[in-house]
Design a protein around this ligand. Structure first.
Ligand SMILES: Nc1ncnc2c1ncn2[C@@H]1O[C@H](COP(=O)(O)OP(=O)(O)OP(=O)(O)O)[C@@H](O)[C@H]1O
Ligand SMILES: [Mg+2]
Length: 364
């Protein structure tokens, strides 16, 4: 049996990214902290859960940015922030250079039209009582001033584009297979002709045998419309083949981000190294042992000080890791890492000097 990646590769694959492509979506210091119930009898400070704690991501036209990391690291919360389903505690979201919070109502409407979502579970994201035509037409009815005839034509168009037959628009979601249902989800997201799609584990709920079909559909649509994707996925092999850029999250922050190929062939952060070694079988030519991390992911309610990965880090270099959060720095061209191993602290550590006494600036 061929693997998903082999099947995805049998498609034409993603086209290389034009580095000068327009930046469509950008986050700066984006954060979401949830205030939890607690304190003493309703008094005192309530604990805060730092689901997303200051992330910078750039998504360009025609680019797929993959967001990976263990369960609970803040991927879906990031997706919800971008979709306007959660309000950021801090930081900014820019759409084509414009700060969302400073947008006019019309510009915000335009943002919502241009940033669409495909969720993991096509069962729960499609209303079982609505025919597919109504499901796909709904965003058009809400957002546009199109006539009924224009909407019908557009629905037929997108239904065909996702590989379904227009007559199927008169059926209900339960009359479709899982893969077809996810095609309907994609058609609905596509109807408004968006510039960005946020894909939160778009194939995780599907049968392994049909995942590649949906991934290839997404690749084809990207080529056709120069779509930008922010894609959350658990399967690292899929991310490697689907994403131009990969961002590795841990406890609400990005530990490593850059072009996917160097991230997968030469991961710099000890966390990325562990994640990849556990998920991807080593290349026969490369001796790479699986790195087993000690302990569990700490709670985002009280994240460790300094580098949040330090309690589990197999190559921690000392106090510096427990004290200062390392800045995300460009270690190779388009390959950023947030780790003291690559900063001044490492040099100081190796030369036997004490670690630098001031944290490096978070500014790049
Ligand atoms: N509404 C909320 N209130 C409180 N905590 C929340 C809320 N939503 C998410 N969280 C917490 O925020 C953290 C990040 O959750 P999130 O769903 O973003 O993770 P994820 O990376 O998508 O995980 P998974 O891979 O399991 O989908 C988790 O600790 C989660 O429990
Ligand atoms: Mg999630």
């Amino acid at each position: 049996m061929t693997t998903i990646q082999e099947q995805v590769q049998q498609g034409e694959g993603i086209i290389p990214l034009d580095e000068n492509a327009e930046v469509i979506l950008e986050t700066r210091g984006l954060a979401k902290h949830f205030e939890l119930a607690g304190g003493f009898m309703g008094f005192g400070t309530k604990p805060t859960l730092k689901a997303v704690d200051g992330i910078d991501v750039v998504v360009r036209a025609g680019e797929t940015v993959g967001l990976v990391g263990e369960s609970g690291c803040g991927k879906s919360t990031t997706a919800k922030l971008l979709l306007g389903l959660e309000k950021p505690t801090d930081g900014q979201i820019f759409f084509k250079g414009e700060d969302f919070t400073k947008m006019s109502r019309a510009a915000k409407r335009d943002y919502r039209k241009n940033v669409q979502a495909v969720f993991q579970d096509p069962w729960s994201s499609l209303n079982p009582r609505m025919r597919v035509r109504a499901i796909v037409a709904e965003p058009l009815q809400i957002v546009t001033k199109m006539t009924r005839g224009q909407i019908n034509t557009r629905v037929d168009e997108v239904i065909e584009e996702v590989g379904l037959n227009p007559y199927q628009a008169n059926l209900y979601p339960h009359e479709f297979s899982g893969g077809q249902r996810q095609r309907i989800g994609v058609a609905r997201a596509l109807a408004l002709n968006p510039e960005v799609m946020v894909l939160d584990e778009p194939v995780s709920a599907l049968d392994v045998s049909i995942r590649a079909q949906i991934l290839n559909l997404l690749v084809d649509l990207q080529k056709e419309h120069n779509l930008a994707y922010l894609m959350i996925a658990h399967n690292l092999a899929t991310v490697r083949y689907m994403c131009h850029t990969t961002a590795v999250m841990y406890l609400g922050t990005i530990k490593e981000i850059g072009d996917s190929e160097p991230i997968f062939t030469n991961p710099l952060h000890p966390y990325t190294q562990a994640l990849i070694s556990a998920a991807l079988p080593s290349h026969p030519d490369i001796e790479r042992e699986e790195i087993i991390l000690p302990g569990e992911v700490p709670s985002p309610v009280n994240p460790p000080s300094g580098c949040t990965f330090n309690p589990r880090c197999p190559v921690k270099i000392g106090d510096v890791c427990e004290t200062w959060a390392p800045a995300l720095t460009e270690e190779e061209r388009r390959h950023w890492v947030s780790c003291h191993l690559y900063g001044d602290a490492r040099e100081a550590f190796e030369s036997g000097q004490s670690a630098p006494t001031a944290p490096s600036s978070d500014e790049e």
